[in-house]
Design a binder for this molecule. Sequence first.
Ligand code: GDP
Length: 170
Amino acid sequence: DFDREIKVLVVGDGGVGKTSMIRRFCKGMFTDEYKKTIGVDFMEKPLFVDKLGEEVRFMLWDTAGQEEFNSITRVYYRGAGAAVIAFATNDRASFDAVASWKDKIEAECGEVAIALVQNKVDLVHQSAMTAEEVEGLARKLGCKLYRTCVKEDINVTEVFVYLAELHDKK
Ligand code: GDP
């Protein structure tokens, strides 16, 4: 039996690494190629969160491949207690889309715990934004920024632990 369950949405433009992040966190693996299911995937992961002193069951919803926001995908926003907004280091458009993803989350879910995630930090030499721009956006949106490399498993678990802690305070 779990002390706590949190439904976490992972949103952001296509190709930023959402499915990879969910698989990395839930299954501890990374692959460059896999079959993408059309629609929405669901995975869960139990994790003991030290600061809360309890076991949390994370329920992750991946709308990857269905980034277009419509009447079908908005159903999956229901009941979410936390969200990750992801963009990729080498993808300017994905960064420019962050604010609109936040609007969608807030319109559907109200005030939930949100983390801003800059993924693919291994591609820093192809960076499409300056560090100052990224930090400025995080400040403006009032979201904590995490820089991750899902490929090399850097900072991924930290994002979800943070969301569990923030969720606890809301
Ligand atoms: P989604 O469309 O947002 O779900 O993105 P995917 O998870 O399908 O990832 C898109 C591509 O980016 C795939 O080829 C992944 O292997 C790759 N990818 C994911 N995370 C990283 C990362 O941290 N670094 C690099 N270099 N590639 C990544």
